[in-house]
Write a protein that binds this ligand. Structure first.
Ligand code: UD1
Ligand code: UDP
Length: 437
C-alpha cells in the first residue's frame, strides 16, 4: 500500500498532519507532495516544524499566480509525480486549488482518490473553494465527510452512500494532539492575560471586494473597547496597503497587527481568546472545538453545523451588524456561555485513525482498483418506499441485492442510510439496478 498525500496551503498541512502521523504509525509507505501554493516560511515551513512533519518528497513550487495557471502547473507537476510513483491512493484535503488539481490528475490516471473533509457545500459558486470541492468530489472514490450533513450533500449529488464515511474532521485530532504541546512553550511576545478578540481575514470574497473590506475594517475600528489581535494573511496585507487601510489599523490603539503565527502559537492565542472573528473555514471549526464563540464574516458557510449547534453566528460584512453582534456576545454572559457550550459536531479526535482503517479495509476489498463496470445492464430506476417492516438498511440490501437504499427520511428530514439504521416507519429512496442481460 502506497499513499500519496497532496498538500499546498497552511490549512492542508495542519489538517493532513494527524493523518500523516497515523500512516507512519501503521508503517505504511507514503509520499508527500507539496504544490508550493503557500511558500513563505510562516505559511508553510513553520508548520512542518511545529507539527514535526517530514519534509515533502516533492515540491512543485507553483507559487502565486492566476487560478488557471496555478491549477495547470499543479496538474502537470502532480501527473508527472504520480506516473513515476504509482500510488494506490491519493489523499487530498479540503477545497484549495491543490485539491482540485490533485483530484483531477489522479482521477484521469485511474488512481483512487480519498477526499478528506469531503461533502462541504456553501452553494456559492463565486467561491473558488466551492468549485474545487465539487470537482474533487466528482473525481473521488472514498469520501471522508466530517458530519451527517456533509454526507447528505453528497447523496443529493448522486454519490453512493456506501462510499461515504462519516469520520469527523482531522482538525479536532490536530487540536487535541497539539494543544498540550503548544501550552508548554509559546514564543508569542504578547500579553495574553488581557481579554482580546482573535481576528483572521483572508477569504477572496472579502479581500478582493473593497466595499466589503472597508466595511469590515470600519467595524474593527469601531470595536475600540476591546483589544483585537490580528495575525494578517499575506493576501490581506497586500490589499490593506493598496487600499490605504493598513495605516488606519496600525494607528489604532486597540488593534495589534502581527505576522501569521505558527500552529502552536495560534493554538495558544486561541486558548486565551474571549471571542473569535474570522472568515476562515478551519478557524470556525477550531473555535467550536475549543469552546469559543465565533462570529463569521461571511454570508454563507459550508460549516452550517457550527451555526446550528449555536457556537457560530454569520454576520456577513455589514459594519453595524459586526459591531452589534460582537458587543452582544461580549456583554451578555448568558449568551456567551451558551455559545461556548455548543456541542462540537466534528468528532472526538479519532478521525485520522478511522480514515486509515477505512483505506486499509477498502484496499483489502479491492475497492482501490478503478476498473470499468463489467455488468451489462443499467439502472432500472429510483423509487420511493414507505417501510413498514422491522428491518435495518444492511438487512434490507442483503434481502434485495439489486436494490440500494440511497436516502432515508424521518419526519420529512433526510437522514444518512447507515447500515444499522432501522427503517420501520421511514420513507426511503431506493436505487434499483437491472438484471444482467
Ligand atoms: C488559499 C486557498 C484558500 C485557503 C487559503 C488558506 C485557493 C483558491 N485558495 O487562499 O481556500 O483558505 O489558501 O490560507 O486555493 N501569498 C504570499 N505568500 C504565501 C502565499 C500567498 O505572499 O506563502 C500571497 C500572494 O500575494 C498571493 C496571495 O497571498 O497572491 C493569495 O495566495 P493564494 O494561495 O492564491 O490564495 P490564498 O488567499 O492563500
Ligand atoms: N492558523 C495559524 N496561524 C495563523 C492563522 C491561522 O496557524 O496565524 C491556522 C489555524 O489554526 C487553522 C488554519 O490556520 O488551522 C486555517 O487556515 P486559513 O484560515 O488560512 O484557511 P482556511 O481554513 O480558511 O482554508
Amino acid at each position: 500500500m502506497k499513499i500519496a498525500f497532496i498538500i499546498g496551503t497552511r490549512p492542508e498541512i495542519i489538517k493532513m498532519s494527524p493523518l500523516i502521523d497515523e500512516v507512519k504509525k501503521e508503517g505504511l509507505d507514503y509520499i508527500l507532495i507539496h504544490t508550493g501554493q503557500h511558500y513563505d516560511q510562516e505559511m508553510s515551513e513553520q508548520f512542518f516544524q511545529d507539527l514535526e512533519l517530514p519534509q515533502p518528497d516533492y515540491n512543485i513550487g507553483v507559487g502565486s499566480t492566476t487560478h488557471g495557471k496555478q491549477t495547470a502547473i499543479m496538474l502537470e507537476g502532480i501527473e508527472e509525480i504520480l506516473s513515476s510513483e504509482n500510488p494506490d491512493i491519493v489523499l487530498v484535503e479540503g477545497d484549495t486549488n491543490a485539491v482540485m488539481a490533485g483530484a483531477l490528475a489522479a482521477g484521469k490516471m485511474h488512481i483512487a482518490i480519498g477526499h478528506v473533509e469531503s461533502g462541504l457545500r456553501s452553494y456559492d459558486k463565486t467561491m473558488p473553494e466551492e468549485i474545487n470541492r465539487v470537482v474533487a468530489d466528482i473525481c473521488s472514490q472514498l469520501f471522508f465527510v466530517p458530519t451527517e450533513e456533509s454526507a447528505i450533500n453528497l447523496i443529493f449529488e448522486g454519490l453512493n452512500p456506501h462510499d461515504i464515511h462519516i469520520t469527523g474532521n482531522t482538525v479536532v485530532d490536530a487540536v487535541i494532539r497539539n494543544l498540550k504541546i503548544a501550552e508548554k512553550g509559546s514564543g508569542l511576545e504578547l500579553d495574553l492575560e488581557r481579554d482580546y478578540i482573535t481576528l483572521t481575514l483572508h477569504r477572496a470574497e472579502n479581500t478582493d471586494n473593497p466595499e466589503r473590506l472597508i466595511s469590515i475594517i470600519n467595524a474593527l475600528l469601531e470595536l475600540n473597547e476591546t483589544r483585537i489581535i490580528f495575525p494578517v494573511h499575506p493576501r490581506t496585507i497586500k490589499t490593506l496597503k493598496r487600499l490605504d487601510l493598513y495605516h488606519r489599523l496600525v494607528q489604532s490603539d486597540h488593534i495589534e497587527l502581527i505576522k501569521p503565527v505558527g500552529y502552536l502559537d495560534f493554538l495558544v492565542l486561541l486558548s486565551h481568546t474571549r471571542l473569535v472573528i474570522t472568515d476562515s473555514g478551519g478557524i470556525q471549526e477550531e473555535a467550536i472545538t475549543m469552546d469559543l464563540p465565533c462570529i463569521t464574516l461571511r454570508y454563507n458557510t459550508e460549516r452550517p453545523e457550527t451555526v446550528t449547534a449555536g457556537g457560530n453566528i454569520l454576520v456577513g460584512t455589514d459594519k453595524d451588524l459586526i459591531v452589534s453582534r460582537a458587543k452582544e456576545i461580549l456583554g451578555n454572559e448568558e449568551l456567551y456561555q451558551k455559545m461556548s457550550q455548543a456541542i462540537n459536531p466534528y468528532g472526538d479526535g479519532t478521525t485520522s485513525q478511522k480514515i486509515v482503517e477505512i483505506i486499509l479495509k477498502s484496499q483489502h476489498e479491492g475497492k482501490l482498483k478503478i476498473t470499468p463496470p463489467e455488468n451489462i445492464g443499467g439502472m432500472e430506476g429510483r423509487f420511493i418506499l414507505n417501510v413498514q417492516e422491522n428491518i435495518d438498511v444492511s438487512t434490507y440490501e442483503d434481502k434485495n441485492p439489486k436494490s440500494r437504499v440511497i436516502m432515508a427520511f424521518e419526519n420529512h428530514k433526510a437522514v444518512f442510510p447507515h447500515a444499522s439504521l432501522p427503517l420501520k416507519g421511514k420513507t426511503i429512496i431506493l436505487e434499483r439496478s437491472q438484471s444482467n442481460i
